[in-house]
Design a protein around this ligand. Structure first.
Ligand code: AMZ
Length: 277
């Protein structure tokens, strides 16, 4: 499973919101590229970036910051927030982003989704941000009429394979991720790649998501608060740079470490394990 540590950008800074509320914002880094470099040094291969102003207002005010992160770290990057036209999709992909995420446009402009999926294939993902049972748009300030299931079916029909699914009520809340929702999604849409986002707060969450066949997990607040040790999460998921491309002994050591970690995680299962909250 892929682990994507996250940077949400606002005014060029790395911030976190509580349940997507722009009034409840914590600034974690005035210069997000430093945080991104730490992700890289820790062994991450991927980064998840969101332009929060773009998501709320449209446009891409944090594009420069995003490009700096991409170019200075060499991480594989996905980005969402304000991507609502083919021109913007093209700019990000031409700049070297591995994946762009369409949220609002996936609800309001499905011709764009189909056109983009046709032109860029796996580089196009959509965000399914679930609020009160329906897909939320425009910085999670509005909800559409799509249920998660209907939305995923529709996106599959349009040629999209990767869906980043956020339970808004868990985002930044550190209460654990919505395992039941992801379990149902992977069972119902076995050919899709699902990325879990929102509330991933422990190594047990990471293990559970991996076990149910999720393609990826986004780690946001849990990284910034120290609740999740990114290196351990990467090892548990089998996604650190060393595991993917390391040589000989180092690789063996990491596999052993990963097995031990997995064992100890299973031993320390929290009461939440297997539950829904
Ligand atoms: O935290 C929020 N309020 C928020 C957020 N993180 N609102 C939107 N987003 C993210 C989505 C998706 O990655 O999870 O922005 C992207 C969607 O943006 P848009 O502009 O396509 O709807």
């Amino acid at each position: 499973m892929v682990i994507l540590p996250a940077i949400d950008m606002y005014d060029g800074k790395a911030v976190r919101l509580y349940k997507g509320d722009y009034q409840q914002m914590t600034v974690y880094d005035e210069h997000p590229v430093h945080t991104a470099k730490k992700f890289r040094e820790t062994g991450a291969r991927w980064i998840h970036l969101v332009d929060l102003q773009g998501a709320r207002d449209g446009g891409t005010p944090n594009m420069e910051t995003a490009l700096e992160i991409l170019n200075d770290t060499g991480l594989k990057a996905e980005i969402g927030g304000g991507i609502r036209s083919m021109d913007v999709i093209r700019s990000y992909i031409d700049a070297g982003f591995s994946r762009v995420i369409l949220g609002t446009a996936a609800v309001t402009n499905q011709d764009l989704v189909a056109q983009a999926a046709k032109a860029y294939g796996e580089k196009i993902a959509v965000g399914a941000d679930i609020k009160d049972g329906f897909v939320a748009i425009k910085g999670w300030k509005e909800t559409s009429r799509y249920t998660l299931d209907d939305f995923c079916s529709q996106m599959a029909n349009l040629g999209v394979r990767t869906i980043i699914c956020t339970d808004v009520s868990r985002d930044g809340a550190m209460n654990g991720t919505n395992r039941q929702m992801y379990q149902q999604l992977t069972a119902k849409f076995p050919t899709m790649n699902f990325v879990a986002s929102g509330g991933v707060s422990s190594l047990e969450d990471v293990q559970a998501l991996k076990d149910m066949g999720m393609y990826g997990a986004i780690i946001g607040k849990a990284y910034y608060t120290g609740a999740i040790d990114l290196k351990k999460a990467l090892q548990l998921a089998g996604d650190s740079v060393d595991q993917q491309s390391g040589s000989g002994n180092r690789r063996t050591n990491i596999s052993e470490e990963s097995a031990q970690l997995q064992q100890s995680t299973q031993l320390q299962q929290s009461p939440r394990q297997g539950g829904t909250s």
